[in-house]
Every structure is written in structure tokens, then in C-alpha cells.
Design a binder for this molecule. Structure first.
Ligand SMILES: Cc1cc2nc3c(=O)[nH]c(=O)nc-3n(C[C@H](O)[C@H](O)[C@H](O)COP(=O)(O)OP(=O)(O)OC[C@H]3O[C@@H](n4cnc5c(N)ncnc54)[C@H](O)[C@@H]3O)c2cc1C
Length: 422
């Protein structure tokens, strides 16, 4: 149930192993929070929001390879992230070195301007953080690394402000990326959009394997008897669940809790806002947009990331609940201000911009919410849960969604969870 990335990953894994798969999706298209569509205003295909993977996301990359879409992922040839401070115009790059010892922080020219070695060693306080600690509990806000590294990193990977984000979860990310060196930090994006990399090839593979995919079919209720799911209620249609059938719920947490009695799950969500705009002119070379990886981190504005695809710039504002409450015109004006400053373009006029507000982009990754993540196995024999919000140990990302889907698939086929295989 649910054709987001977790449901697709689960379905693909099962279908390739000869399991007969029925995939039911409430929306008219697959992809869930990771989707593309044709936008009439911009007259091109855009994503609901910018998505980035890192080479450390092994399950996500394995999924993309499994569906035959590896060639559609494009990455920076090396681990290098360009940044600009929109207020001062100062530009710099973060480029971790190869290998697990981060000696790049010892070289003043490789460090973020204004930071010292101890700005990075502060990460060790994240390593020692208890389950209740937030990122802000562990790190000093008066260090320049706060504004130029820790805050943008937290918001980018946890979609939660550092004042409430889990220190432990951020530490896991640091450990699996920066502390594994450049090879793990190499950023990757979907060259032709999210649909072409994560969704359409999965649907094609499923169809080749005889899976039945039904859109516009919202699961309204589950019928239970004798410790099992025995029926699916789609409102207009009731589907019996046979003795050998298994049900995987790969729906968001706020939906899962309405379908599964007594289910505890993370409650609060955080917003991501994206603005997509067709540029009136190409940015000058001085704007430092690398042709091989046209992504820029923004400091001191409203947005945190700018992706450039052809002539369309897409800006991301994470942990954006307050921004999302503003009228679209005002959001567009702010995001165009950021775009013009980052790409050295005229600040007026503001071209037409598509604003997409994802109010439930991820769950709020606070210590309290992490304690509410649940296992894939449920109290019912033939019912399993998947979704980026389940207890994968990873932030609510594509990586977590894929892992959850494959764990559920492994339970369906009664094999050991995939987490151990990767
Ligand atoms: C704007 C934005 C930017 C992001 N950026 C990144 C990033 O840079 N890197 C990264 O790794 N991750 C990123 N993410 C997170 C990533 O998109 C999600 O973690 C992932 O897509 C979640 O997949 P899922 O399958 O767990 O959930 P969902 O995508 O929510 O899928 C659930 C599916 O279930 C369907 N459904 C709901 N109710 C029912 C029902 N009753 N019956 C049937 N179907 C139902 C929904 O329509 C949906 O298709 C971002 C998310 C957003 C929104």
C-alpha cells in the first residue's frame, strides 16, 4: 500500500524474486514525496523538491542500480560542495579528503572561512550526546562553523532546526559521511528529474514482472481477524486478503496510525518549500556554478540550496514551517533575491516562480519523535510497515525509505533484514 520510494523498493525487491505483487496508490502517480511532473507555468518537468544523495547512501544507490537507472544519477566527480554567503558575497568550498582521517580541517585554506580546527572537533560532542540531546545542546552558536556548517548541515539532512533536532541522528550522518572521507561524501542528483531516476524505471520493472499497479486507490481501512489482516477496504472496493497474502503498509505515519490500531509513530512533521524559476539570462562564470555539478549551498538568505538544471533554478528551504505560512508572492520575492545574489543576476524584476510547499516533507527529527519510530514487524502476522519514518536508524530520506522497503520485503519472504546484507 503506497507507491512512494519505500513501497516501490519493497515491490521491486519482491517482484524480482518471483512474488506476485499488487501495488495500490492513493494518488494518480507514483513517487510520493519524491516525484516529478510537467509544470505548465515553466513548461518543463520539475521535481516537487530538490533531492540529493550522497555516495554513502548504499541502499538508495543499490535500488537505483536494481531498477536499471544508475546512469541517470549524476554526481560531482569529487566530494566538493560550493557555498556562498549571500550577504557578503564570500564564496568557499568544502572538500573532504580521501580516507577516514579528516586532515582537511588542519589546512587553513581548506577550512570554511573563519573556522578553526576546534570548530570541527566539536563533532565529538555529538558522538557523546545522550538520546535526549539536541544539536544545539552540543555545539557553540558563537562559532562561525555554526552558521556556515552545523546549522545548514542539520537542516539539510534532518529538515529540523538544530534547536530541536536529534544530536545522535546528526552524529550518525557525520560518522557515515565526513568520517568515511571523500568517497562517502560525493553528492549525486537525478540528472533528468526524480521520476526518471527513482520512479518510472521501477514501475517499468514491476510491469515487466507482472505486478498489478493501481492508482487512485486509497486504502480506507484494514479488516483484522485472528491476528491477521483479512481484508482491504478501499471504499468502493473490498479486497479479501488470503491465507498466504501479506500486506505492506508503505504510507506516511499520519496515515498508518489511522489504519493500524494502537500504532505509535512520529507525530509532528516539518515543511520543505521549493521555488522553481526560469532564469532570464545564464549566470556569469564568476557566479562559480560548476557545469559538472551545478549545486550551490546558500548562507544568510531564505533558501539553503540552489540547483541549476538548464535554465531552471530550483531553490530549497528546509525546516520551512514559518516560511510556508507566507503568501507565495512573498516567498517568490525572497527566493528570487537569493537566486539573483547567488548567481550574480539583476535583482529585479522577479520572474514567475513556481512555489511548492510540502507541509509533511519529513517527520520532525527530534529526540522525542525518534523514540516513536517503529519496527517493520507488527502485532499482526501478515502486516508489515515501511516508510522513511520507521525505525531504520537513518534520517527520513530516500536511503531510509529504501532500507525500510527492503526490510519489509525481507520479512515478507521471511529472509533476514536487508540491513545486514548491505
Ligand atoms: C521537498 C523534499 C525534499 C527532500 N529532499 C531529500 C533529499 O535531498 N535527499 C533525500 O534522501 N530525501 C529527501 N527527501 C525525503 C524523501 O523524499 C522521502 O524520505 C521519501 O520520498 C519517503 O518515501 P516513503 O515511501 O517513505 O513515503 P512517501 O513518499 O510519503 O510515500 C507514501 C505513499 O503512500 C501513498 N498513500 C498515502 N496514503 C495512502 C493510502 N491510504 N492508500 C494508498 N496509498 C497511500 C502516498 O500517496 C505516497 O505515494 C525530501 C522530501 C521532500 C518532500
Amino acid at each position: 500500500m503506497g507507491a512512494g520510494i519505500s513501497g516501490l523498493a519493497c515491490a521491486v525487491h519482491l517482484a524480482r524474486r518471483g512474488v506476485a505483487v499488487y501495488l495500490y496508490e492513493a494518488a494518480a502517480q507514483a513517487g510520493g514525496r519524491c516525484r516529478s511532473y510537467h509544470d505548465a507555468r515553466l513548461d518543463c518537468v520539475i521535481d516537487n523538491g530538490n533531492h540529493m544523495l550522497l555516495a554513502a547512501n548504499r541502499a538508495a544507490l543499490a535500488y537505483v542500480a536494481e531498477i536499471g537507472a544508475a546512469a541517470t544519477l549524476t554526481g560531482s566527480p569529487r566530494a566538493c560542495f560550493g557555498f556562498v554567503d549571500l550577504r557578503s558575497g564570500l564564496r568557499w568550498s568544502i572538500a573532504p579528503n580521501a580516507g577516514p582521517v579528516p586532515w582537511w580541517i588542519l589546512a587553513p585554506r581548506r577550512r570554511i572561512p573563519g573556522t578553526r580546527v576546534r570548530s570541527y572537533l566539536a563533532a565529538l560532542r555529538l558522538a557523546r550526546a545522550d538520546a535526549q540531546a539536541t544539536v544545539a545542546d552540543c555545539l557553540a552558536r558563537d562559532d562561525p562553523a555554526w552558521e556556515r556548517f552545523w546549522e545548514p548541515l542539520t537542516v539539510a539532512v534532518l529538515n529540523t532546526a538544530p534547536e530541536e533536532a536529534s544530536a545522535r541522528l546528526l552524529w550518525r550522518v557525520v560518522r557515515e559521511t565526513f568520517l568515511r572521507g571523500a568517497g562517502a561524501c560525493r553528492p549525486l542528483i537525478a540528472r533528468d528529474g526524480l521520476g526518471a531516476t527513482f520512479v518510472d524505471p521501477a514501475l517499468a520493472l514491476l510491469r515487466r514482472h507482472g505486478a498489478r499497479i493501481v492508482f487512485n486507490r486509497r486504502l480506507r481501512a484494514l479488516a483484522f481477524a485472528e491476528g491477521r489482516v483479512v481484508g482491504l477496504d478501499f471504499g468502493s472496493e473490498q479486497v479479501p486478503v488470503g491465507g498466504t497474502d501479506r500486506v505492506v503498509l508503505a504510507v506516511p505515519p499520519n496515515v498508518a496510525t489511522t489504519l493500524v490500531p494502537g500504532l505509535e509513530a512520529p507525530r509532528d512533521a516539518r515543511t520543505i518549500v521549493n521555488g522553481h524559476v526560469r532564469l532570464p539570462a545564464p549566470p556569469p562564470p564568476s557566479a562559480g556554478m560548476r557545469p559538472d555539478f551545478p549545486v550551490l549551498g546558500l548562507i544568510g538568505g531564505t533558501a539553503q540550496w540552489l540547483f541549476l538544471r538548464g535554465a531552471v533554478a530550483s531553490l530549497t528551504v528546509s525546516a520551512a514551517d514559518a516560511v510556508a505560512d507566507l503568501p507565495n508572492d512573498e516567498i517568490a520575492a525572497r527566493l528570487w533575491h537569493d537566486t539573483a545574489a547567488a548567481l550574480e543576476l539583476p535583482p529585479t524584476p522577479c520572474p514567475p516562480m513556481r512555489i511548492i510547499k510540502e507541509r509533511r516533507a519529513t517527520f520532525a527529527q527530534t529526540p522525542a519523535a525518534l523514540a516513536r519510530r517503529v519496527a517493520a514487524r507488527t502485532a499482526w502476522d501478515n502486516l508489515f510497515l515501511a516508510g522513511d519514518w520507521t525505525d531504520t536508524g537513518y534520517p527520513a530520506t530516500i536511503e531510509s525509505a529504501v532500507r525500510s522497503g527492503r526490510t519489509a520485503a525481507a520479512l515478507v519472504t521471511k529472509r533476514s533484514p536487508i540491513a545486514n546484507e548491505l
